[in-house]
Design a protein around this ligand. Structure first.
Ligand code: ADP
Ligand code: MG
Ligand code: ZN
Length: 583
C-alpha cells in the first residue's frame, strides 16, 4: 500500500496545477466505502469506528464525531464525499494547511480544491468553475467564506454531497480555540436541510459536545465517540526546575535526532528556547504569531518535510498538522486546560509508535496562570470557567494516580492503570501535609495581619526557613512568630507545598506583585478542620528515602522554641478568635 501512495504522489507532482481537476479517480459510480478505502487511500482496513461513521454519513445521516487527534477523522468525511453524488464541502479553520491537504488529496487522485484568503482571483475562479461543473470531489473552505453571500450563492448553484465541519470545537465559546466565524455555521442546516452534516473534533468533554451540538443545530445527529486512549503515548509531568536544561536532557537521552514539538507560553520564551536548542547543536525552529507569515510557513514546511526537526512554538502551532512521526511533545509551561493539553500531546505518535508527552510544571506556572485568569477580560462567569479548566489541569499534574486513567476520566471514559506513565512507573507518595500547610497559611496570615505585608512565594519560604535575606531584613522578623518554623523541609519542598496549596485552592495570588492571600477554604485548614494531603515530588522522594512518607514529622529545631513560647501567649488572644493554629 505504501508503493501505491508513493506512485500517486509522483503522479501528482508531475501534473501541473491547472490540469489537476481533470484527472478522475477511476471508481465505478457504485463505489462503496471499502473500495474507496483500498483504491484511493491505499489502506487495508478501517480504524476504530470509521466504517460505522462513514456508512451513516453515506446514508445521509448527520454525525458528531469525537475522536482523538491522529485518530483518523479526515477519512470520515473524505470517503462519503467520494461515495455520494456532488461535492463534499469541508469547513476548516486551518488556512495555512489547506494547500497541503489539497495537494495530498490530488496526489491520491482525488479532485480537491480550496477557497480562502490566501488565493489570488484567478486561482479562486478556477476552483469555483471546477465546483460548478462538478469536477470537484472535495472543496475546503475557511469559515469566514461562509459569511460572504457570494460564497453561499456559489454553493447553492452546485451540488453538495455533504458538509464537514472539521475542528468543530472552534464553535465552543468557552473552548481554547474559539473562532467567531464558526457561529455562522448554524445556518447551513437552514439553507441546505437535506444535505448531511458531519462535525468532527478531538475535544471530548460532555460540556463541549453539548455546546457543539447546540450551536451547530446538530441535536438530532448521531454521536460517535471513539476511545480517547492513545496507548503509545507516555505521559509524564515533571517538577519544573531548569526547564530548558531538563528538556535538553530529555532530548539527548531519549530522543536524539527525533522530530518533536516544544510548547512555550510566550513568544519570547519560544524564541529563547529555540535559540538555546540551536546553540546546543539541535535543529530547532520557532513558530508563533509574532513571526511574519513567510517565516511561519517556511518553518512549518521544514518541520513537515525534513526529518528530526524540533518545532518550538506557542499553541498557535499544530492544529491539523498531520506528521506521523512526531516522537515527543514537550510543554515547558502549564497548559490552560486538559482539553488543550490533550490535543497538543495528541500530535505525538500518530504512527502508533512509542512517543513521549512531557510537561515541566512548577509553582510559578500556577501563580502565573491564576493571575492571568484574574486579569482576563470578561465577566465573572467567564473567569470561573477558566478557573475550572485550570483546576482540572492542576489536578492532573498533582495526581498520585495513573495519568492516563485521570485523562480518560476527564473525558468521561474508563481506563485501567496503564503501567507506562510516570505515576504508574514510579508511584508518588502522598503525605499528610496539614501541618506544613498550616505553617504556610499562617505565615501569609501573619504577614498580612501583623505587618500589613503581602509576600510572594520566595519570601514566604525564606521566612519559614529562617533565612535573613534583604527583603526579610526589611522588617522586624525576629518578632514574627513564624520566622524559622519550617526547617524540617527544604526550599524545593516548601515550593512544592505552596504550589499544591494553590492547586487545591487553599492559597490565592493577588495584584501585580503576585503576592499571596488566603482563600475561604484556607480557613478550614488553619482551624484544623481540614486535612491536606500532598504529593511528594519524585525528585525529593529519591533524596529523602529515609524520611517517613506519611507522618509530617515536624521536628522543630531548638531555636524555634521561643517562637512557641511567644505563640502560646499570643494564642490566647487574636489567634483564638481567628482560629489560627500555632505557627
Ligand atoms: P485526525 O484528523 O483525527 O487528527 P487524520 O485524519 O489526520 O487524523 O489521520 C491521522 C493519520 O492516520 C493520517 O496519517 C491518516 O492517513 C491515517 N489513517 C487514517 N485512517 C486510517 C486507516 N483506516 N488505516 C491506516 N491509516 C489511517
Ligand atoms: Mg484532522
Ligand atoms: Zn499510567
Amino acid at each position: 500500500m505504501c508503493t501505491r501512495r508513493a506512485e500517486a504522489t509522483r503522479a501528482a507532482t508531475d501534473a501541473d496545477g491547472a490540469g489537476a481537476y481533470d484527472r478522475r479517480v477511476t471508481l465505478p459510480r457504485t463505489a462503496d466505502a471499502q473500495q474507496v478505502l483500498h483504491r484511493v487511500f491505499g489502506y487495508d482496513t478501517f480504524r476504530g469506528n470509521q466504517q460505522e461513521i462513514i456508512e451513516h454519513v453515506c446514508g445521509g445521516g448527520d454525525a458528531l464525531v469525537l475522536m482523538p487527534t491522529g485518530g483518523g477523522k479526515s477519512l470520515c468525511y473524505q470517503i462519503p464525499a467520494l461515495v455520494r453524488d456532488g461535492v463534499g464541502v469541508v469547513v476548516s479553520p486551518l488556512i495555512a494547511l489547506m494547500q497541503d491537504q489539497v495537494d495530498a488529496l490530488l496526489a491520491l487522485g482525488v479532485r480537491a480544491g480550496f477557497l480562502n484568503s490566501t488565493q489570488g482571483p484567478d486561482e479562486r475562479r478556477a476552483v469555483e468553475a471546477a465546483f460548478l461543473s462538478g469536477e470537484l470531489d472535495l472543496l475546503y473552505l475557511a469559515p469566514e467564506r461562509l459569511r460572504v453571500e457570494s460564497t453561499l450563492r456559489l454553493l447553492e448553484r452546485g451540488r453538495i454531497a455533504l458538509f464537514a465541519i472539521d475542528e468543530a470545537h472552534c464553535v465552543a465559546q468557552w473552548g481554547h480555540d474559539f473562532r467567531p466565524d464558526y457561529l455562522a455555521l448554524s445556518q447551513l442546516h437552514e439553507r441546505w436541510p437535506d444535505v448531511p452534516r458531519i462535525a468532527l473534533t478531538a475535544t471530548a468533554t460532555e460540556a463541549t459536545h453539548a455546546e457543539i451540538a447546540g450551536r451547530l443545530n446538530l441535536e438530532g445527529a448521531r454521536h460517535f465517540v471513539a476511545s480517547f486512549d492513545r496507548p503509545n503515548i507516555q505521559y509524564r509531568i515533571a517538577p519544573k526546575d531548569e526547564p530548558r536544561r531538563q528538556l535538553l536532557h530529555l532530548l539527548r537521552t531519549e530522543h536524539p535526532g527525533d522530530a518533536g514539538i516544544v510548547y512555550c507560553l510566550s513568544r519570547n520564551s519560544v524564541d529563547k528556547t529555540a535559540e538555546f536548542l540551536v546553540a546546543q547543536g539541535l535543529t530547532a525552529l520557532p513558530y508563533h504569531a509574532g513571526l511574519d507569515a513567510g517565516t511561519r510557513a517556511a518553518n512549518q514546511s521544514r518541520f513537515l518535510r525534513e526529518d528530526g526537526v524540533i518545532m518550538v512554538a506557542t499553541i498557535a502551532f499544530g492544529m491539523g498538522i498531520d506528521k506521523p512521526d512526531v516522537r515527543f511533545v514537550a510543554h515547558l509551561d502549564l497548559p490552560k486546560s486538559v482539553e488543550g493539553y490533550y490535543q497538543e500531546t495528541g500530535r505525538a505518535g500518530r504512527d502508533g509508535l512509542p512517543s513521549t508527552a512531557w510537561l515541566a510544571y512548577g509553582l510559578a506556572d500556577v501563580v502565573q496562570q491564576r493571575k492571568m485568569i484574574d486579569d482576563s477580560e470578561g465577566d465573572l462567569a467567564h473567569r470561573r470557567r477558566l478557573a475550572q479548566h485550570l483546576d482540572a489541569m492542576l489536578a492532573l499534574c498533582e495526581t498520585v494516580e495513573c495519568r492516563r486513567v485521570q485523562l480518560l476520566n476527564y473525558f468521561g471514559q474508563q481506563g485501567k492503570p496503564c503501567g507506562n506513565c510516570d505515576t504508574c512507573l514510579a508511584p508518588p507518595e502522598s503525605w499528610d501535609g496539614t501541618v506544613a500547610a498550616q505553617k504556610v497559611l499562617s505565615t501569609v496570615f501573619r504577614l498580612d495581619r501583623e505587618r500589613h505585608q503581602k509576600f510572594g512565594a520566595g519570601q514566604i519560604v525564606d521566612i519559614l526557613l529562617g533565612k535573613r535575606t534583604a527583603k526579610v531584613e526589611q522588617f522586624d522578623h525576629h518578632s514574627l512568630t513564624v520566622f524559622g518554623v519550617g526547617t524540617e523541609l527544604g526550599e524545593g519542598e516548601w515550593r512544592g507545598v505552596i504550589r499544591q496549596l494553590m492547586a487545591q485552592g487553599l492559597l490565592a495570588v493577588e495584584g501585580n506583585y503576585q503576592t499571596f492571600v488566603l482563600t475561604e477554604a484556607s480557613r478550614g485548614v488553619l482551624r484544623g478542620e481540614r486535612q491536606v494531603m500532598l504529593r511528594r515530588d519524585p525528585k525529593r522522594q529519591a533524596q529523602g528515602r529515609t524520611r517517613s512518607a506519611r507522618a509530617p514529622q515536624v521536628e522543630l529545631p531548638a531555636a524555634a522554641a521561643p517562637v512557641f513560647e511567644r505563640l502560646r501567649a499570643w494564642r490566647g488572644s487574636a489567634a483564638k478568635e481567628q482560629g489560627v493554629p500555632a505557627y
